[in-house]
Design a protein around this ligand. Structure first.
Ligand code: PLP
Length: 368
């Protein structure tokens, strides 16, 4: 059976060049902390990868702290910057939502953070604050006004953390222009391996390591570095930077998919479609048909997507993102997330449209 992978926001395929660099790295012996020649070679590979990751986001190499992924980087930012009250947007990833007790900033029905509400919340309490606002949402693809939020946050003497896991490699990204003090990246969303990420510590903020017991990563994250993973991350970042201009073309396929699916199912709903969105993401509901039913029907037809609200346990639960946007529960429960990537083809979209259309036709036939 032909397979169409349309779940790139869950994970992207490993770039072959990253896999090759990782294989080479795995074959070498050397701890970057050792002073002998093998150690120095490992250190050179580590620092080369650090420079590649930093270049993707316009940061200094010294700002990069390698972690085990986006989840750990978010934890490090939110729990490592001590002594500040925390404000987070209502649509943040669970790794932000569950990091520490926080005040929740609402979003508009389009899924964009309410900056007036943020300003009121900052003004209401003079204690030093840390605000966490993602650059693009994983479920809807909606892009957040991070630069504007940064200006506001800084005017109130607060710090801004930005989870850029879904945006990196899909949108041009420059930490200086963005104004974020801390930025989270994850390798596997942009063509690197799973289990590697980074916290970019842009501002000179005191950061308490969460993982202790060694001086690695300038004392900000103890433990021997995952060198092959980091090398793969670096290569994936270099490719993403090189191919960024071409990535916008993914929107042509996404838009074609949206037009086709909504024409086929007149009562279909698109969430986050009337505001700036990632070029690759489509959050779509077939009202009355549970997301899990759609995901399974599509999977049987060789098309891989996820429920808008897929959680890490693989079960489907109500989406806090759609909830925050005021989407009624019944509609939210029928939302799926279709996400494309650099190797998605028109044939993948044909396969999706045929399978979704066939499910709709079956449901209508059984309801008649
Ligand atoms: N932040 C966002 C917005 C994500 O979409 C994800 C992964 O789904 C993460 C953080 C977590 O990243 P990782 O899988 O590398 O832990």
């Amino acid at each position: 059976m032909r397979l169409a992978y349309l779940d790139w926001n869950a994970t992207a395929p490993l770039r072959p060049e990253a896999a090759a660099a990782m294989t080479e790295s795995l074959a070498r012996c050397g701890n970057p902390s050792s002073v002998h020649r093998f150690g120095r070679e490992a250190r050179r590979a580590l620092e080369a990868a650090r420079a590649q990751v930093a270049a993707l986001v316009g940061a200094a190499a010294a700002a990069i702290v390698f972690t085990s992924g986006g989840t750990e980087a978010n934890q490090l930012a939110l729990r490592g910057v001590a002594g500040r009250r925390l404000l987070i947007a209502a649509i943040e990833h669970d790794s932000v939502r569950d990091a520490a007790p926080a005040t929740v900033v609402p979003v508009t029905p389009q899924g964009v953070v309410d900056l007036d509400a943020l300003e009121r919340m900052l003004a209401a309490d003079p204690r030093p604050a840390l605000v966490s606002l993602m650059l693009a949402n994983n479920e809807t693809g909606v892009i957040q006004p991070v630069a504007e939020a940064a200006r506001l946050v800084h005017a109130h003497g607060a710090l801004l953390h930005c989870d850029a896991v879904q945006a990196a490699g899909k949108l041009p990204l420059d930490v200086g222009r963005l104004g974020a003090d801390l930025l989270t990246l994850s390798a596997h969303k942009l063509g690197g391996p799973q289990g590697v990420g980074a916290l970019v510590v842009v501002a000179d903020v005191p950061l308490r390591a969460l993982q202790i017991g060694g001086g690695q990563e300038r004392g900000r994250r103890a433990g021997t570095e995952n060198l092959p993973g980091i090398v793969g991350f670096g290569v994936a970042c270099a490719i993403a930077a090189r191919e960024l201009d071409g990535y916008a073309a993914v929107a042509t396929l996404r838009d074609a998919a949206q037009r086709r699916l909504t024409a086929m199912v007149p009562e279909a709903r698109v969430y986050g479609g009337n505001t700036a969105r990632l070029p690759n993401t489509l959050c779509l509901a077939m009202p009355g048909v549970p997301a899990a039913t759609q995901v399974m029907a599509l999977d049987l037809a060789g098309v891989m997507v996820s429920a808008g609200s897929a959680c890490s346990s693989g079960k489907v639960r109500r989406s806090h993102v759609l909830d925050a946007m005021g989407v009624p529960a019944a509609a939210a429960e029928s939302a799926i997330r279709i996400s494309l990537g650099w190797s998605t083809t028109p044939a993948d979209i044909d396969q999706l449209a045929e399978a979704w259309g066939a499910l709709y036709a079956r449901r209508r036939a059984s309801a008649a």
